[in-house]
Design a binder for this molecule. Structure first.
Ligand SMILES: NC(=O)c1ccc[n+]([C@@H]2O[C@H](COP(=O)([O-])OP(=O)(O)OC[C@H]3O[C@@H](n4cnc5c(N)ncnc54)[C@H](OP(=O)(O)O)[C@@H]3O)[C@@H](O)[C@H]2O)c1
Length: 509
């Protein structure tokens, strides 16, 4: 994906985190920034200004940051690099909602800090705050000329969720649009920063082995699974509002679907890639309100066991309504009505408290007609391409070959590329890539407004036709593969979910 030249020699960086004392900052952002500085990916002239409400001195903040980075870094930390990074970190106490005048003091602080640079700075604001704070913060930044509309060096990164439905997403976008143009907004979907998701384009458009087959002539079906074994992890109040549709489907799952089904872009410039993604999302068939929840299986977990330990039902989690109708699982059969994929069923499944954590995309190729005439080939399993996103990153191809021996027996064999073992410790975390690409003004890893709008339209079409009742849930036990209905969805089509465990296949690349 193309970027706009070497920014490190041309720009300094002022990176400002709203929500600098929050969970996301400590678990993800600080470790990501540490790695970027340690690996000299960011300019030498970089300052990181964390904003929080609590009264902390700079020293106290850096001490907390030190502990968080040591705990959450993907590699053992190097004390020298960590000290160098922390020397660039400052803390600013501020109440950013109820005290608009606080932006004046903040502006002075920021301008003072930028005054030490010799190169013109990129101002990158990261909003690691509750979604209701996005609009007021951006409005205040604009009113105080901390961001100027149309200035390409003033950029804002926004965490999900972007709206809670189509109408609220439109309202948020309208507010942002008065302060910023589209090119200044970097809407994060951290899945797009994951290595194997970025690899989809290389895999599809860099291999003669796949590109000619990547269509309805050769692909039987596609399965996308994003399963978690954790529950709501202390975020019950948030999850009650979002559920699986807004937490996973509207963003991560549809983004993966778009990358798998889009047409080749004219070039690898961000807008060319996003143009093709939005076309795929537009071709995604909406659900019509005929037939109750046709082609969709919703679920909510009951009590069960994870790794041998008992865990509570969703309705027993903290800050969750004991009669909650929030789904924690979804499986659906979708159609992308473009020329390439017309007629190919795409099965999507995501859930919490499932048997094990895995995100993977399985491409199942059609079987050869020849098998009808070769007795020995009759039980031939289909060829599969598996893109494993997490926890094991890699690729796996399942093919059929002769089993060694005197008899002619056809057996399935696997070719396995385990990226994580081949590049151990060197695979950057999603947030590292996202921050770096936002600094480089490469927006291809971020969601454009029209992609989001299409995603919300699709999600609303799902919501409209599925209305669970009090006795619909719970309908799957924690630690299982989800409700039985999700399996029936594929059985009705004469298919089954592929459960591929990359860690149990040949680990050498
Ligand atoms: N945590 C995750 O794993 C995760 C994952 C994906 C997306 N997200 C999204 O990321 C965002 C942040 O999540 P989080 O879990 O990090 O939230 P959090 O732990 O609750 O942190 C919120 C931050 O906002 C600050 N804050 C709140 N109100 C403020 C005010 N009026 N003035 C100044 N500072 C204020 C807090 O400062 P004080 O603590 O000093 O008061 C704190 O730094 C949310 O949009 C969330 O949905 C989070």
């Amino acid at each position: 994906m193309k970027t706009n030249g070497n920014h490190n020699n041309k720009h300094a960086l002022a990176f400002i985190i709203f929500g600098g004392t929050g969970d996301l900052t400590h678990r993800k952002l600080l470790p990501a920034l540490y790695h970027l500085v340690a690996e000299e990916q960011l300019p030498k002239e970089a300052r990181f200004l964390a904003i929080g409400r609590r009264g902390l001195s700079g020293e106290e903040y850096r001490a907390q940051a030190y502990e968080s980075i040591k705990e959450h870094s993907r590699t053992k930390v190097d004390e020298g690099h960590l000290t160098r990074f922390l020397n660039q970190v400052q803390y600013h106490q501020m109440e950013f909602i109820s005290e608009p005048s606080s932006y004046l003091g903040f502006k002075q602080r920021l301008e003072g800090l930028e005054g030490e640079f010799t190169l013109p700075p990129v101002r990158l604001f990261f909003l690691a705050v509750a979604p209701e704070h996005f609009s007021p913060i951006v409005t205040h930044l604009h009113e105080n000329q901390l961001v100027q509309r149309g200035n390409p060096d003033h950029r804002v990164m926004i965490e999900k969720p972007f709206g809670s439905d189509l109408a609220s997403a439109r309202m948020l976008n309208a507010t942002l649009s008065t302060a910023l143009i589209e090119h200044q907004v970097y809407r994060i979907d951290h899945y797009l920063g994951k290595e194997m998701i970025r690899n989809i384009l290389a895999l599809r458009f860099g291999n003669t082995l796949f590109e000619p087959l990547w269509n309805h002539h050769y692909i039987d079906n596609i399965q996308i699974t994003a399963a978690e074994d954790i529950g709501v992890a202390g975020r019950g109040a948030y999850y009650e509002q979002s559920g699986i549709l807004k937490d996973m489907l509207q963003n991560h799952l549809l983004q993966m679907l778009a990358l798998i089904t889009m047409e080749p872009p004219a070039d690898l410039m961000p807008e060319s890639i996003r143009d093709e993604k939005v076309k795929a999302l537009r071709a995604l068939r909406r659900y019509e309100p005929i037939g109750a929840c046709e082609g969709i299986a919703l679920g909510q977990y009951g009590a069960g066991q994870i790794k041998g330990k008992p865990v509570p039902a969703y309705r027993e989690e903290e800050n969750v309504n004991p009669r909650s109708l929030t789904p924690t699982f979804i499986a659906l059969r979708v159609r992308v009505d473009n020329f390439r994929f017309g007629g190919v069923p795409i099965y999507i499944r995501a859930g919490k408290r499932m048997d094990k954590r895995r995100t993977q995309i399985v491409i199942e190729f059609k079987r050869l007609p020849g098998i009808n005439f070769y007795e020995e080939f009759k039980i031939q399993p289909p060829n599969l391409l598996v893109i494993s996103v997490q926890p094991d990153e890699g690729m796996y191809i399942q093919i059929n070959a002769k089993r060694p021996g005197n008899e002619f027996v056809v057996d399935q064999v696997e070719m396995n590329y385990a990226q994580s073992s081949r590049f151990e410790g060197n695979v950057p975390e999603a947030y590292e890539q996202l921050i770096l690409e936002a600094f480089r003004a490469n927006s291809s890893l971020f969601t454009r407004w029209d992609e989001l709008e299409q995603s919300w339209k699709f999600v609303e079409s799902v919501e409209k036709i599925c209305t669970p009742t009090a006795d619909s849930y719970p309908n799957y036990a924690a630690g299982t593969c989800g409700p039985k209905r999700a399996d029936r969805l594929l059985m009705e089509d004469g298919r089954a979910w592929h459960e591929i465990d990359l860690s149990r296949t040949n680990p050498t690349g």
